[in-house]
Design a protein around this ligand. Structure first.
Ligand code: FPP
Length: 231
């Protein structure tokens, strides 16, 4: 691949519709969504991507039925204790972005354990957004700066105070299920991201989808506001 993105971020959408099509409860769609996430992680790692981010729970998702919220956080806790442990064993780095203080204690503890276990790893970063909102993240960064008393603020100061401070912005943001919006996801980091919108529902994502994204990305001409280079 001529141009490989360093960081791919995924807005995982369409789990509910995937389940509905099969007359299954929404939870079943999320469970299948976790399997898709695993396939995507494996494919990205194999192809040499440095970082993958998954939007798993937004600050707006608290408006969902309580049993769906409970099921999602149970799934995250189980995922941390099982698959994420395997990722750690094979050298991947794990991080979470968002306000984890609002999560159920079991989930929070499982996330904290796995981040700690992975802290010396050097492999691909698997970043999971939980109770994450892009506007909240920017507000949080501003508060950190105000509280620090720093008077000279530039773009780097602000960037460093984001959850992703020091890490590459997503080169490409992928959204499944035909929706074409950001939904409060990585608003700061998306400044120069390429967008790939696919009709496929998230639970159907696999290695082939990753290759389709990589191919599409390799065709994009990123100019960052400059002019096309002829060489
Ligand atoms: C959006 O689809 C999906 C979510 C809000 C949740 C995504 C979460 C997962 C895939 C599981 C995360 C778990 C781990 C372990 C990281 P939707 O439910 O809004 O689908 P719909 O628009 O078709 O109803």
């Amino acid at each position: 691949m001529e141009k490989l993105p360093r960081h791919i971020a995924f807005i995982m959408d369409g789990n509910g519709r995937w389940a509905k099509k099969r007359l299954l409860p929404r939870k079943a769609g999320h469970r299948q969504g976790v399997k898709a996430l695993e396939k995507v992680v494996d494919a990205c790692e194999k192809r040499g991507v440095e970082m993958v981010t998954f939007y798993a729970f937004s600050t707006e998702n608290w408006a969902r039925p309580q049993d769906e919220i409970d099921a999602l956080f149970d799934m995250v806790a189980e995922f941390a204790d099982t698959r994420l442990k395997e990722y750690v064993a094979r050298g991947l780095r794990i991080m979470f972005i968002g306000d984890l203080t609002a999560l159920p204690e079991k989930t929070r503890a499982a996330c904290a354990r796995i981040v700690d276990a992975a802290k010396d790893n050097k492999g691909m970063i698997v970043n999971i957004a939980l109770n994450y909102g892009g506007r909240d993240e920017i507000l949080r960064a501003v508060k950190i700066i105000v509280d620090s008393g720093v008077k000279e603020v530039d773009l780097d100061t602000l960037s460093d105070c984001m959850y992703t401070g020091g890490l590459p912005d997503p080169d490409v943001i992928v959204r499944s299920s035909g929706e074409k919006r950001l939904s409060n996801f990585m608003l700061w980091q998306a400044a120069y991201s390429e967008f790939v919108f696919l009709d496929e529902l998230w639970p159907d994502f696999d290695e082939k989808t990753v290759d389709a994204v990589l191919l599409e990305y390799s065709k994009r001409d990123r100019r960052y506001g400059s002019v096309k280079r002829l060489n």
